[in-house]
Design a protein around this ligand. Structure first.
Ligand SMILES: O=C(CO)[C@H](O)[C@H](O)COP(=O)(O)O
Length: 276
């Protein structure tokens, strides 16, 4: 459990954002993905602080909140469906709820996972920015449930399938406001939060664990694929698979996993995890 004050956590996010932007923002960027959440505000602040010419730069949001952050900074927001077909974003920055040793991420704490995934995978480089609470050895160490975005009509069917995969008590996320009923995403879909046991990474599989859901223990890739395959699921809040350069080599644009993740630490330093 973190003993840091709320303002120390905010400073940790700011420090991580500054280093991430200084290391990865291309000076002549044309297309830049901007994610959702509280940490991304510091990314935008750090881009401003660079003092580079952004008059020709288009910033692609991952949802309503993200778009407001871009507009409030005086930047030009262009919705994902307004970018010319085939456009590759120079870079995309986003936060995460948890990041494991292989740079797999859990995202969707802010209910924006679907647009976050299409923006991240449309970029040459996806860069994650977070504070030290998100830096964990395995997914679902500290963060307890996988967010899954689903069509409302299929929500109960998806819950049944998630239980069959071993999730204990998956629930439809309620509205955060005084409005009764489920939260609605930017797509007017629901989020189901599905708890699972901590997810195995490559090293665990190499050590002989199978990760096939026996005793409810899954490997990241296997569980993400199983959840994604349930009809009614729009996307799953596990970002896994290839990273940018590997994905490009395999014929895609970028990967779901970041090429680097920056974490503001409790002692004021910034830790980096990079893809191999
Ligand atoms: O995935 C997300 C929203 O769906 C966010 O990136 C994630 O929840 C991190 O948010 P914060 O920066 O506020 O900790």
């Amino acid at each position: 459990m973190s003993t840091m004050s709320a303002s120390a956590v905010e400073e940790a996010k700011r420090a991580a954002a500054k280093v991430a932007v200084e290391n990865h923002y291309p000076k002549n960027a044309q297309w830049v993905g901007i994610g959702s959440g509280t940490t991304i505000v510091y990314v935008v602040e750090a881009i401003k602080a660079l003092g580079v010419d952004i008059s020709a730069t288009k910033f692609i949001p991952t949802g309503y909140q993200s778009k407001q952050v871009i507009i409030n900074a005086g930047f030009t927001a262009v919705e994902f469906d307004a970018i010319p077909p085939g456009t590759v974003l120079d870079v995309a920055f986003d936060g995460a709820d948890e990041v494991d040793e292989d740079l797999n991420c859990i995202k969707g704490g802010g209910a924006c996972l679907f647009q976050e995934k299409i923006v991240a995978t449309q970029a040459k480089e996806f860069i994650c920015v977070a504070d030290h609470r998100k830096l964990q050895p395995r997914l679902l160490t500290n963060w307890k449930a996988i967010p899954v975005e689903v069509a409302p009509i299929a929500a109960h069917r998806v819950i049944t399938k998630l239980k069959e995969l071993g999730s204990v008590n998956p629930v439809i996320r309620p509205s955060a406001s005084v409005k009764e009923g489920p939260l609605k995403t930017d797509q007017d879909f629901f989020i189901i939060d599905a708890p699972f046991k901590p997810l195995l990474i490559k090293a665990d599989l190499e050590a002989g664990h199978d990760g096939n859901g026996k005793d409810g223990v899954w490997a990241v890739e296997t569980l993400a694929s199983k959840i994604k395959a349930i009809s009614g699921v729009l996307d799953v809040g596990i970002f896994r698979g290839l990273t940018g350069p590997q994905a490009t080599a395999a014929g895609g644009v970028g990967g779901e996993r970041p090429v680097a993740a920056y974490f503001g630490m409790a002692d004021g330093t910034v830790a980096v995890r990079k893809a191999e």
